[in-house]
Ligand binder design. Structure first.
Ligand SMILES: C[S@@+](CC[C@H](N)C(=O)[O-])C[C@H]1O[C@@H](n2cnc3c(N)ncnc32)[C@H](O)[C@@H]1O
Ligand code: SF4
Length: 452
């Protein structure tokens, strides 16, 4: 740390933004930068040993890789399709994917399940039932596990929501982005704000207790008054949790950030926070994104259990479906984001390309630290010790001495608290902090060698 000149750090930050690496803090070291192919045997052996070991447990993420259209701001992998036949073929392939690992996943109970995408809610009811059955035939879940689904408002009919509820899905995330219809049109959303309002109403009627929504700052067409309208409308929707993101750039994102004249995004974020705090919400996450939760709602219902898992001592999450990634304490891998190739290979019972790498204990410690600062701006000393059997200050003496001396971190009897100020929230300066202090020297040298 601090061995490189600022120019190198700036270049690294540019690279991280362009490749969309830091937006999801879970990637350390970055799989995106280290695209090494691994074999199905490597993955299968590792999964067999994990699912065979007594104390192992993990979450399951299933990626549905289709959307009706692509939104200009979206950083996630999906292809455009509305073809039921294609969806059926995808479900066949997914079933084959699970079988090809040759692991008895039902030996263990999974911590949680997340239906992500893409737009899994665009499947018809029959197809969704089949989708769900493929998962429930092959995996078991812990009692009272969180089962989440994310979807677009216009796909959420009452009968579909009732089906989700009947199947045991207990957490729903409805993408809002902005309450301005002008903005929604510009970014290619298929819904108007009134659809979000209706989707919430239907979801409540279907019995959903935990509904969240998402907004993005930096979208084209916003004005100071549209930002204010959005937060007032969010308050009226009364979601159990709200996530706010400063538009991530690069990768699949087709637009640039648009900031209306005279507007400072940090002021808007502060304003949102203030409005929510005075309307019965509390903060659950600060830095790398903005998370607010309704008072009285347990935190476990606000945070995606998959990403929360590292906070609870492990980062273990298994991903299935093209473009999904799997993160374990000692290695990580992802399935190539190419649904055509995915379906073609699996039709012949061959596995699609897997990219992966191992993760050392030092990497895992750094990842834990990055996640903790990203979500909570603080690290509990006891948790660190329980997880790694050593003390943070001993493992990272140079870093911590510097950060404490320069008052970037404050030490209390139980915690290390990061003093990153409001202005740094969610933005490049936070990522710069991660790169400067928490990327290992060797990791930086490797990236520099490969990319600069
Ligand atoms: C997988 S996506 C959306 C799920 C669903 N298909 C939808 O559109 O509502 C989850 C959320 O990520 C956020 N997101 C997507 N691209 C983003 C970007 N470039 N920057 C910041 N947030 C982004 C959006 O708020 C989106 O609702
Ligand atoms: S934001 Fe949602 S609907 Fe839009 S392209 Fe991304 S995953 Fe699909």
């Amino acid at each position: 740390m601090l061995d490189f000149n600022d120019n190198i750090y700036k270049k690294l930050l540019d690279l991280a933004i362009k490749k969309n690496i830091l937006a999801n803090c879970r990637e350390y070291p970055s799989l995106t930068l280290n695209q090494n192919e691994v074999s199905i045997d490597f993955v299968s052996n590792s999964l067999n040993s994990k699912f065979g070991s007594e104390n192992f447990s993990c979450g399951l993420y299933v990626h549905f890789p289709f959307c009706a259209t692509r939104c200009a701001f979206c950083k996630y992998y999906s292809e455009i399709s509305r073809d039921n036949e294609v969806f059926e073929k995808f479900l066949d392939a997914l079933n084959n994917e699970i079988k090809l690992y040759k692991v008895d996943f039902r030996k263990k109970e999974m911590d949680n399940l997340f239906f992500g995408g893409g737009t899994p809610t665009m499947l018809s009811k029959q197809q969704f039932e089949r989708y769900f059955k493929i998962i429930s035939d092959n995996f078991r879940l812990k009692r009272n596990a969180q089962i989440s689904i994310e979807g677009t408002p216009e796909t959420l009919s009452l009968s579909k929501l009732m089906l989700f509820k009947k199947l045991g899905i207990n957490r729903l995330s409805i993408g809002l982005q902005s309450a301005s219809n002008k903005v929604l049109k510009k970014i290619g959303r298929r819904h108007k704000f009134s659809d979000v309002h209706m989707a919430f109403k239907r979801a409540r009627k279907a019995g959903f207790k935990y509904i969240g929504t998402e907004v993005i700052w930096g979208l084209p067409g916003e004005t100071i008054s549209s930002y204010k309208r959005t937060i007032e409308n969010v308050i009226k929707l009364s979601p159990e949790y709200l996530e706010g993101y400063y538009l991530t750039l690069g990768g699949r994102v087709k637009i640039n950030r648009y900031i209306p004249k005279g507007v400072i995004i940090d002021d808007i974020i502060k304003y949102y926070r203030g409005r929510l705090l005075s309307n019965g919400y509390r903060i659950y996450s600060t830095n790398n994104f903005f998370g607010m939760i309704k008072k009285g709602v347990p935190k476990r219902w606000a945070i995606n259990q998959n990403t929360d898992s590292l906070y609870n001592y492990r980062s273990e999450v298994m991903g299935i479906g093209p473009g999904s990634s799997s993160h374990f304490s000692d290695h990580q891998y992802y399935i190539a984001a190419n649904v055509g190739r995915y379906m073609d290979s699996l039709k012949d019972n061959k596995f699609p390309v897997l990219y992966g790498m191992s993760r050392s204990k030092d990497d895992y410690k750094r990842l834990f630290i990055i996640m903790q600062i990203g979500y909570f701006r603080k690290i509990e000393k006891k948790r660190y010790y329980q997880l790694f059997g050593s003390y943070l200050k001993d493992d990272f003496t140079e870093e911590m001495t510097y950060l404490l001396k320069n008052k970037i971190v404050k030490e209390t009897p139980y915690w290390y608290e990061w003093q990153l100020d409001e202005k740094n929230m969610g933005h490049e300066s936070f990522y710069m902090h991660v790169i400067k202090y928490w990327y290992s020297k060797k990791y930086i040298e490797d990236i520099v060698k490969k990319y600069f």
